[in-house]
Design a protein around this ligand. Structure first.
Ligand code: ADP
Ligand code: MG
Length: 384
């Protein structure tokens, strides 16, 4: 049987419809994602205080009291309320006056290494530490956008993405920023039409010699760097024009890397391709580029896989101090919740093994903590 392009187009329609249907069911009844809720112990943990201190502070009445259930036995806080508590108790961790958002790109030219998951969990983790994050989806596949319960194919128009900046229709990113279901995280969504940037950017460069095709996102973000504590960019698995823009806009770079031989080999290409290209740009226009940090994050680590140990050694020997001192385990928690378009932080109460959840949660928390340290150092250095 021959399969024509029209057959593929029909199949595309069916697949898109199915995704919309699945999402509709997952997020029923109103087909929007809802954030987790927090009990008093969880709020205390986020504030890094004892649960008794929460009870005591409640009597002062200066922080949101949450909602007590019908029987009066349990108190529950919304995400926004929990974050107000965190901001009160972690005020020392807040961005100092005069400091601006640190921009962090997550990249690897390979797909499926957990770039998108890293962006989402990092934004969620930092927001639970009281910070305000802007996440930018630069991948035409729009997986990050989907994690926010938004369908890139049908619910994001081309002019609501980075494309309008690339085309020169907009000068600052403000137009594309939207609020999300998660208090403390705003989103610049992606749509499949982001692909057009791969033609728009080089063709503008041909027509306007002064145009810096690699600097478009960086310039566009300039106006909002005072509004956020951190800006986190998700990139496609390719050295594309949008990827270059993402890296050039960033002060920090995180490269998720599973300890498999193939992924390790492809990571070598990543550095070669990127450094070749960056040097070319530097030569071309005198663009100076440096990073405050580049971190390799061991991701999807399968504890039972013996070969992982070997590759882990190669990674350590190659990337040395760049390797973050934490590993993200390959976990059923994210596998199950990704079916619901979520992450470990989206779960209010895990139905499975508590230990499984805790192991995953602790790893993501640790990554967040380490990156928060880098951000704090950046603020101290850059403060004007
Ligand atoms: P990328 O953005 O690099 O393509 P994703 O973040 O989309 O990677 O992750 C690829 C797949 O792996 C997704 O289905 C995701 O749910 C799953 N995944 C990510 N991290 C983990 C993990 N720690 N354990 C198990 N599965 C994971
Ligand atoms: Mg991705």
């Amino acid at each position: 049987m021959t399969i024509t392009i029209n057959d593929i187009a029909d199949q595309a329609v069916r697949a898109t419809r199915m995704v919309a249907q699945v999402r509709g069911r997952m997020l029923a009844p109103e087909a929007v994602k809802s954030p987790p809720r927090f009990n008093a112990s969880q709020v205390a943990a986020l504030c890094e205080i004892d649960k008794n201190q929460v009870t005591y502070r409640l009597t002062k009445g200066d922080l949101p009291p949450g909602q007590v259930n019908a029987s009066g036995s349990r108190r529950e806080f919304t995400l926004s309320e929990a974050r107000q508590w965190v901001q009160a108790y972690r005020s020392k961790a807040a961005r100092p006056k005069g400091a601006r958002a640190m921009t962090i790109a997550v990249g690897n030219f390979k797909g499926g290494v957990s770039k998108t998951t890293t962006v989402m969990t990092l934004a969620q983790g930092l927001s639970l530490r009281g910070h305000r994050a802007l996440v930018v989806d630069m991948d035409p596949q729009g997986s990050l956008t989907t994690l926010f319960g938004i369908l890139p194919d049908t619910e994001v128009r081309e002019e609501e993405t980075f494309t309008a900046l690339a085309a020169g229709d907009e000068q600052t990113i403000d137009y594309a920023i939207r609020k999300t279901y998660w208090d403390g995280i705003d989103l610049v969504p992606a749509a499949p039409s982001l692909f057009t940037c791969e033609f728009l950017l080089p063709s503008r460069q041909m027509k306007e010699p002064e145009f810096e095709f690699w600097n478009v996102l960086n310039r566009g973000l300039e106006s909002v760097r005072d509004d956020y504590d951190v800006i986190i960019i998700d990139t496609p698995p390719a050295l594309s024009y949008v990827t270059v823009n993402s890296f050039m806009a960033a002060e920090g770079l995180i490269v998720p890397l599973p300890p498999s031989a193939l992924d390790f080999a492809s990571s070598a290409q990543f550095w070669t391709l990127f450094s070749d290209l960056a040097l070319q740009l530097t030569g071309q226009a005198g663009a100076q580029k440096s990073f405050e940090f580049i971190n390799v994050l061991l991701s999807r680590v399968d504890q039972s896989d013996v070969s992982a140990g070997v590759v882990r050694n190669w990674i350590g020997a190659t990337y040395a101090e760049k390797v973050l001192p934490v590993e993200i385990p390959k976990t059923a928690v994210t596998a199950a919740s990704s079916a619901e378009f979520g992450t470990v932080y989206d779960i209010s109460k895990y139905e499975g093994n508590v230990k499984t959840y805790r192991r995953a949660r602790e790893a993501y928390d640790r990554v967040t903590e380490l990156i928060e340290q880098s951000i704090t150092e950046y603020w101290a250095k850059e403060r004007v």
